[in-house]
Design a protein. Structure first.
Length: 342
């Protein structure tokens, strides 16, 4: 089968072609696993973190990709949930131990043995992949394969971030950064909490206008002061500067939820501007989002199908994965980037 592989960590400024096209054997599903013939795989900012070594794969070479849609093409022993040709999705959670206190309490995303698709195990930048059947999800019929792919990461983790804000009806939410996850959160909130006001902080005029079109109450620049204090803010940027800005805009008792697997180091000195009385006092909280649990993905897919949420997608052939990654790095974003795999 054809796959795009990463053989070592690489700085993209020095090498804009980090992945190579390779011919690999089709993997064999073991007991409890299924073989998927991949049709679509989303391209995520986390791949940039893997490639540049901020969250490096433990072994090389590795096939990246953790927003995968495909059809069952083979069954390992004792597989019972799915049959040949079922359409399934795979997300960032590849497996967890199932026995630790985190797993037993539904927080399998925090399991010490959490394995990530496309980082710890080969993922979906390939014609085939294997996955434990317990970590695959039927895709609701309202979505095409390409539409479903970005929902499996940006959507599911956006959903988890929204849950972690602890917001109630009538409160005010801020969104810092307005990429794939931010715009899906706005659509979810508009549906689930129609009386909530949503304030969007985005870099470009186009993003701000897009936010207003999707129903944001207000949209401004990253360092603008919001017209009212906010009960929660979700930050989806890869940098530090928005953190003190967001803390300043929080209401007393408000919570900042940081939805980023890693922050880039470049502007870390922005944190030295933290001012305790205006940024942290009055019981303001900071909480990060780590990974996703299967329940996030299942609940989000159901919600997304009901609304329905259909992401704007831009497709690339598998062999152009490097171009898609570089455009993401340079923030040339017109909808979610998805590899279409034949
Ligand atoms: Zn992702
Ligand atoms: Zn566990």
């Amino acid at each position: 089968m054809l796959a795009m592989i990463l053989s070592r960590t690489i700085q993209l400024d020095e090498n804009p072609r980090p992945l190579q096209l390779a011919e690999l054997p089709i993997p064999e599903p073991k007991e409890g696993e299924i073989l998927l013939k991949v049709s679509a795989c989303g391209v995520c900012h986390t791949e940039l973190d893997e490639i540049e070594g901020r969250t490096p794969p433990p072994l090389f070479p590795v096939v990246p990709g953790h927003q995968v849609v495909g059809r069952v093409a083979g069954l390992g022993k004792s597989v019972s949930r799915f049959k040949e040709d079922d359409r399934l999705g795979v997300a960032w959670i590849y497996s967890a131990c199932g026995r630790c206190a985190y797993c037993l309490s539904g927080n399998e995303n925090l399991c010490p043995d959490f394995r990530a698709t496309g980082r710890d195990v080969n993922g979906g930048y390939a014609q085939y992949m294997v996955i434990p059947e317990a970590f695959a999800y039927p895709i609701p019929s309202v979505f095409t394969d390409e539409e479903a792919a970005p929902l499996l990461c940006a959507g599911a983790i956006g959903y988890r971030s929204m849950k972690l804000t602890n917001l109630h009806h009538g409160q005010a939410l801020g969104l810092t950064g307005f990429g794939a996850s931010g715009h899906l959160v706005l659509k979810m909130v508009r549906h689930k909490y129609p009386d909530m006001s949503v304030y969007v902080f985005a870099r470009s005029r186009q993003e701000q206008e897009f936010a207003i079109q999707l129903g944001a109450t207000w949209a401004g620049d990253m360092d603008d002061e919001s017209p009212q204090k906010l009960d929660a803010i979700i930050d989806t940027t890869p940098v530090w500067k928005p953190i003190p800005e967001a803390l300043k805009n929080l209401a007393p008792g408000g919570r900042l939820v940081i939805n980023a697997i890693r922050k880039e180091e470049a502007d870390k000195e922005a944190l030295l501007g933290l001012d305790y009385p205006s940024h942290l006092w009055m019981e303001k909280e900071i909480k990060s989002v780590a990974n996703v649990a299967r329940s996030d993905i299942q609940e989000f897919l159901e919600l997304a199908a009901n609304i329905p949420i259909k992401p704007e997608v831009e497709t690339f052939p598998l062999e152009n994965a490097n171009q898609a990654l570089m455009e993401l790095k340079q923030r040339k974003i017109r909808g979610a980037k998805v590899l279409k795999i034949t």
